[in-house]
Design a protein around this ligand. Structure first.
Ligand code: GDP
Length: 205
């Protein structure tokens, strides 16, 4: 049975797609659903978030967070605040969160943030998503940009950092190359398996 939100609208369980700008979030959603999402970059714009009806669930694509060329620090902070507020508001509906990261840049970015004494934004979001949803899937995208021998090391580093952030949770990591359509089936299978554990039907991709 579908629930209704405070405005009386029918609400469905949500799968949230989040990630820094340029990590390949739109490419991943397109590879999964065939739908080209266009998300407005300005907080509050009408296309700020996009819902895709997948039958048993809705997929919601939220704007990329973090640095984007041409955006001021204030705009970046505003976007982050909006995302956090929206996610908190939806938290009762979110059944799976998918956090996309660019594995080819992850270690370098983490080190740069940590040198400044800051929590890397990917890690901060992982912690936040873990708080508001029971199932977080981390997508290590752009594996094609790494040499074969670099992939395992990069994934070990990612796993270590995720464990450090959430020591009580075994991280779920799917390696993909959205550009080369690799790992997309595995991602769909993982989402389906998480939904099935919660008693939801498969999405109609
Ligand atoms: P978004 O900003 O996170 O939605 O990222 P997009 O899907 O728009 O992708 C940003 C850029 O990264 C584009 O130039 C894509 O072609 C490229 N890209 C996305 N996925 C991959 C990938 O798996 N490998 C490589 N090499 N490039 C990718």
């Amino acid at each position: 049975m579908q629930e209704r939100d405070h405005s009386g609208n029918k609400t469905k369980p949500l799968i949230v797609f989040a990630g820094r700008s340029n990590v390949g979030k739109s490419s991943t959603i397109r590879a999964l659903t065939g739908i080209k999402v266009i998300v407005g970059k300005r907080p509050g714009s009408t296309r700020w978030e996009q819902f895709i009806d997948l039958g048993s669930v809705d997929l919601v694509d939220i704007p990329g967070f973090g640095y984007m060329s041409g955006q001021s620090k204030t705009a970046i902070e505003e976007t982050k605040t909006m995302i956090v507020q929206k996610l908190e508001r939806w938290s009762g509906r979110i059944v799976v969160s998918v956090l996309i990261i660019d594995i080819s840049l992850f270690q370098e970015l983490v080190m740069r943030w940590e040198e400044r004494g800051e929590i890397p934004i990917d890690i901060e979001f992982y912690g936040f998503l873990s708080e508001i949803s029971q199932n977080v899937i981390v997508v290590a995208n752009k594996i094609d940009k790494l040499k074969t021998r670099e992939v395992e090391e990069a994934l070990r580093y990612l796993e270590f950092k995720l464990m450090e952030a959430e020591p009580d949770t075994e991280p779920v990591i799917i390696r993909t190359s959205a550009a080369k359509r690799k790992g997309v089936r595995e991602l769909a299978d993982m989402i389906e398996s998480k939904l099935s554990d919660l008693g939801y039907d498969k999405p109609s991709w």
